[in-house]
Design a protein. Structure first.
Lengths: 254, 254
DNA sequence: CGGTGTCTTGAATACCATCAAGTCTTGTGG
DNA sequence: CCACAAGACTTGATGGTATTCAAGACACCG
């Protein structure tokens, strides 16, 4: 596999100015914003700004590999990404989809090795912070520590839910729950439009398959069935939930 | 369901003295030990010992429920427990088995609600620390913070592995990997005897089923097949791995 | 224009669940 | 101590869900 890294800071500088953090849909819940705004006391007493760098990766590009060592922690600014574990026979399991404002994994604050592949789904902009600095800042400020602990808890809760979904639910339930989980997270970021619920949906069916432990073929069949039942509509990389009540019923069959 | 809580500190006092922490098989990797030994500065400057209480629960008893609120964090001293998510149709998913020295979940340092059921598998002794105190201590001492971060990372890594196992592996692989994962953790605690590998194995087949997303019936069939192939032996609540190489091959089929 | 990636559909198959019956063990109360 | 009930495990028969295999339609891109 042709896994060229996508650190192209120089080219970025030549492109039209990227949106500022204030336009980030995750502005209010963003660790990145908090860290950027934070000022900390350096060892010699001078207040310092945290160092950061902005990067981008085109859709489908690998952002970092499982065995790479990094002294920086990435946070997604824009676009969708996925953290993925690959098996030797080529099958893949997506651990989580990363949306704007998400820290890739809170565990990265403590260890340099991500243990999973990070892949861009859409074009992605992301920011990296030096691990030691970021950790220092987050732990030295009670309000930031609180914010960190919430994202830690949320990360853990989503892992637990995924375990239950993969262990104990049918294909229909898994897929419906995946979509509703995304709706919830997108809603917090104000990336979902009103009634009926509609939002940008860049996932390919193979992404859904890799996230739900199914095959792309079966995902296709389930989604077709959802459409035939009038539950959802998918077109132009956009998803509409036509029957929220019926759809939630599928997701909560047990 | 008859889920009486098992906090019987008074009765405990009447029983023969429990083994000391020094005899805990997880002594060296134990957060509990570190916390117990730690001394911290109180608001008025006096050094304080952390408060803790010791409890016990008999096998099969619920230790705490998903909706309970606790201002304490439990750490297992002795015996096996499981954290479990229950679905409304009665099916269960075990998120993790808890062994001596394990903190139930690092997320409990930040939130009072466990989100999952905690159940004793064998008779269990456990210790509870006040959340605010424990957090304070762990975060104020760099060596303890390091220890905490390691157990956080390990917890995350095990969650990720479970997700992959449930999403992408067959029944044979899941069961073999569950057992080998336990061997690894028990070995660190010096709870595995030499060659051939043998150890106390208190899990019922329904525990294995709940942990691997299978049915007890199918677990029985797979284990029988493992025995017939001469890979393992189970008797008297004790498990022996007769053919480590063959068994690991099953666990790493992809 | 061929190539690649994406999605769909049908047929055959594998894996695991469900159902059912029976053995054996463990615990409990009379 | 025995009788009985409940839990744990096994085994076989049957069925359903999801996989695998295969072929074709369609869009997009260099």
């Amino acid at each position: 596999m042709h896994a060229q890294l996508a650190v192209k800071t120089i080219q970025d500088a030549l492109r039209p100015a990227p949106p500022t953090c204030g336009q980030c849909p995750a502005y209010d819940l963003n660790l990145c914003r908090a860290a950027s705004e934070a000022v900390w006391a350096s060892p010699n007493g001078t207040p310092l700004k945290i160092q950061q760098a902005e990067h981008s990766a085109p859709a489908r590009r690998t952002i970092c590999r499982e065995q790479d060592l990094h002294d920086t922690v990435p946070i997604i600014c824009n676009g969708w990404a996925a953290s993925i574990i690959m098996l030797s026979d080529g099958s893949r399991q997506i651990l989580s989809f990363l949306l704007p404002g998400d820290i890739v994994s809170t565990a990265l604050l403590f260890e340099p090795r991500p243990h999973c592949l990070l892949e861009a789904i859409t074009d992605v902009r992301y920011r990296t912070f030096r691990r030691t600095e970021l950790r220092e800042i987050l732990f030295s400020n009670p309000e930031l520590l609180d914010r960190l602990s919430r994202s830690w808890i949320e990360e853990k809760a989503r892992d637990d839910q995924l375990i239950v979904d993969l262990g104990r639910r049918t294909a229909d339930e898994r897929i419906a729950r995946l979509i509703l989980g995304l709706v919830e997270r997108l809603t917090k970021r104000e990336m979902v439009h009103g009634d009926p619920l509609e939002f940008e949906f860049p996932l390919r069916q193979h992404h859904i398959a890799d996230a739900t432990g199914l095959t792309p073929v079966h995902v296709s069949k389930v989604l077709s069935e959802f459409r035939r039942s009038g539950l959802i509509k998918i077109s132009e990389r956009s998803l509409t939930i036509l029957d929220p009540i019926g759809f939630r019923r599928i997701a909560n069959m047990r």
